[in-house]
Design a binder for this molecule. Structure first.
Ligand code: SF4
Length: 371
């Protein structure tokens, strides 16, 4: 298995394993709140989490050790979502349940405050958006991500966020303030510019052009933001022309890194995605059989092709030094920027986030040597 496939699989394991000690059975799902108005059709289960900062299992080899996920389930309803199977741990389904029944850890902010102040906390980097989207629709109602960002900023604790939502712009001033105090990096996930494919595959998300605007506004405000072209979907968004177009648009928007992630289909989501595909695009079923066979990943050659097309468009022109060291949650290290991610994360672990604040955005000579 190549590095990209391995990293994708590791991320999958992370989603399966994180919070394994704090899952809820269906009977213990908390108070049920039926959504009204703009939340009509949704149900929110209020739960009190025992802990909120989760340690990533050492075996996952992710470039961060700690995560926070305030929500489970995601109204963005992406057909390919790798987190869908985690809803079964709650006694809920991977289909509509995942999209409409969202578990809300209502005490997330107070828990973060307490855990960051604990003498045991060493100030490590924290990644958000590793399971479900921290700026999904529920965040408009509960403001948990906003509260968590405020706590992290006040504690000077470095963090990263992965999202598909322009709701992140609601917190622009807060994120900019946090970025002036500690190390903050964001990534917008933008898989395609094709509006038809977007509507078909990510029906609950803001349109791609709005996400590009968010990338531009975040970087203009001093919040470093890259893009994951994720996932690249066979037959839907993987032509050379489509990949070049989305990469160019991301670079034009000022993205500090652009990373493609080929679709992978692990058991659980594989069945869901292929069932959806056979109804929505039966003409693509044969292509998927050819690309995936009985496995979860596409061939090395296909993954390489995708990376090469993205690379061929160019590198970010803005902040050429800072994009090299962006910290994140990239699922498929295929570029030197991502090698740098891992390296920076190691450095953060070694120094602790408080010292990283002093280090600011310049990578060390040692880090650059490794690029
Ligand atoms: S935004 Fe992310 S977490 Fe939410 S449904 Fe889409 S892929 Fe899943």
């Amino acid at each position: 298995m190549d590095e990209q496939a391995e990293a994708g699989q590791l991320r999958w394991r992370l989603v399966e394993q994180e919070e394994s000690g704090m899952l809820f059975s269906e009977s213990s799902l908390g108070e049920r709140h039926v959504g009204t108005g703009e939340y009509r059709g949704m149900t929110f289960f209020h739960v009190n989490a025992r802990t909120i900062v989760n340690k990533v299992p050492a075996a996952s080899k992710m470039p961060f050790e700690y995560t926070i996920n305030a929500y489970r389930g995601c109204s963005h309803a992406c057909t390919y979502c790798f987190a869908r199977p985690t809803h079964t741990y709650l006694g809920l389904g991977v289909g509509e349940d995942f999209e409409r029944k969202v578990v809300v850890k209502v005490n997330a902010v107070e828990k973060v405050r307490a855990e960051l102040r604990s003498p045991k906390w060493q100030g490590d980097h924290i990644a958000m958006g590793t399971n479900t989207d921290p700026y999904q629709k529920a965040e408009g109602k509960y403001h948990l991500t906003q509260g968590i960002v405020r706590e992290l900023a006040e504690a000077g604790n470095s963090f990263s966020i992965l999202t598909k939502s322009t709701l992140v712009l609601r917190d622009l001033a807060l994120l900019a303030e946090a970025a002036s105090r500690t190390r903050v990096s964001l990534a917008l996930s933008i898989g395609t510019l094709d509006r038809e494919v977007w509507r078909l595959t990510e029906p609950g998300t803001p349109p791609p052009d709005k996400r590009l605007e968010a990338v531009a506004r975040l970087n203009e405000a001093g919040v470093r933001c890259g893009v994951l072209i994720a996932p690249v979907l066979p037959g839907l968004s993987d032509s050379d022309e489509q990949l070049r177009a989305v990469t160019k648009a991301c670079l034009d928007a000022g993205a500090i890194s652009v990373t493609p992630v080929a679709l992978h289909l692990r058991p659980g989501v594989r069945e869901h995605y292929l069932r959806w595909l056979s109804e929505a695009r039966p003409d693509l079923v044969a292509l998927h059989s050819e690309r995936f066979g009985h496995g979860s990943y596409q061939s090395k050659a296909e993954q390489h092709r995708i990376s090469e097309v993205v690379r061929s468009v160019g590198r970010p022109a803005r902040h050429p030094s800072s994009w090299r060291e962006s910290i994140g949650y990239e699922a498929s290290p295929t570029t030197d920027a991502e090698v740098a991610c891992k390296d920076s994360a190691t450095e953060i672990k070694r120094l602790g986030s408080r010292q990283i604040q002093i280090m600011k955005t310049r990578p060390s000579t040692e880090q650059l040597r490794l690029l």
